[in-house]
Design a protein around this ligand. Structure first.
Ligand SMILES: [Fe+2]
Length: 311
């Protein structure tokens, strides 16, 4: 059996394709609490208070979709080795390995997952310093949840090829995968079509989390669902819709996994386990609709789509 292509260290950033770049950028900067580090007419790059150069890239597109997910590896040599290992699995690169000609720099590699999502791994991105603030603003992106038409195939790819571990299942509906001590950095939700389900932003504490919700309320924006606390991951949640209708989440307190001791569990989808505090109630039709999103054909990349996974 082939080893994973690399040791993924962290989720760095997400690129979202939206038809509302200007409005979405204004929302994420002036309401959500990110900071624009660079922008042009069709794109914007935003950071949190943490160590990533940017955590969100917004790109102009006719409809909502995922641009790419970017993960960190430790060194450029690991990127090169990952490219060789992908090749041996019959998966060609979309770009790289090599210097990433992009905002934030880095040495990386891009390839497609089985549903045509663009995955990037990178090392040596530009440094930024932490922003020290008591404000209720996100540190960065902490997890991405993706709707998949084949949850078993998605989990197989991200565990087998990318070396992630399944932390928990929510019945056979959701799978939570980790690449470091955080309970999940990515999760898959079985659905009728491929789409972004939601992007979660880490608040440092429950106090920041609640004050963030309060700031949105002052902007006239109330949660689609939450505040509450999930069973799987033990994290707080509050979900909102951005100007494109994509779901963004404030969260805090994600469970930390002891790699040697953790045992994967299957959570039954009952209210007392998906809403530990009993404050959120069941998800509304409205939040479910936003999370279902629109079918995402992905960015144009005909050469890469359909690349086979071998194990
Ligand atoms: Fe989440």
């Amino acid at each position: 059996m082939n080893p994973p292509i690399a040791r993924i260290r962290a989720l760095r950033s997400v690129e979202l394709r939206v038809p509302t770049v200007t409005d979405s950028t204004d929302f994420y900067e002036n309401v959500w609490g990110l900071k624009v580090v660079e922008r042009d007419g069709a794109q914007a790059w935003l950071r949190g208070t943490g160590m990533q150069h940017h955590v969100l890239q917004l790109s102009d597109a006719p409809q909502n979709g995922l641009g790419r997910i970017s993960f960190a590896v430790a060194t450029p040599a690991e990127v090169d080795e990952a490219a060789r290992r992908l090749e041996s699995r019959g998966i060609g690169p979309i770009a790289g390995p090599g210097p990433l000609e992009q905002v934030g720099g880095g040495y990386g590699l891009r390839f497609a997952d089985p549903e045509g999502r663009v995955v990037e791994i990178s090392a040596d991105t530009y440094a930024v310093t932490k922003i020290e603030t008591g404000d209720a603003v996100p540190v960065g992106v902490t997890h991405v949840v993706l709707n998949t038409v084949d949850i078993d195939a998605a989990v197989a790819f991200y565990t087998d090829v990318l070396g992630m571990r399944v932390s928990d299942w929510s019945e056979h509906q959701m799978a939570f995968l980790r690449c470091n001590a955080d309970h999940h950095s990515i999760a898959f939700n079985q659905a009728e079509w491929t789409a972004v389900n939601h992007i979660a932003y880490q608040m440092p504490t429950v106090d920041h989390f609640m004050r963030g919700i309060g700031r949105l309320r002052h902007h006239g924006i109330t949660p689609l669902w939450g505040p509450g606390k999930h069973g799987p991951g033990d994290n707080t949640f509050s979900y909102f819709a951005d100007p494109a209708g994509l779901v963004c989440e404030y969260t805090s307190g994600i469970a930390q996994v002891d790699e040697d001791a953790w045992l994967c569990r299957v959570w039954r989808r009952v209210p007392e386990l998906s809403d530990l505090w009993g404050t959120a109630g069941p998800p509304s039709k409205q939040v479910r609709s936003h999370m279902a999103g629109v079918p995402d054909p992905g960015p144009a990349r005909p050469a890469a789509v359909g690349a086979a996974v071998s194990s």
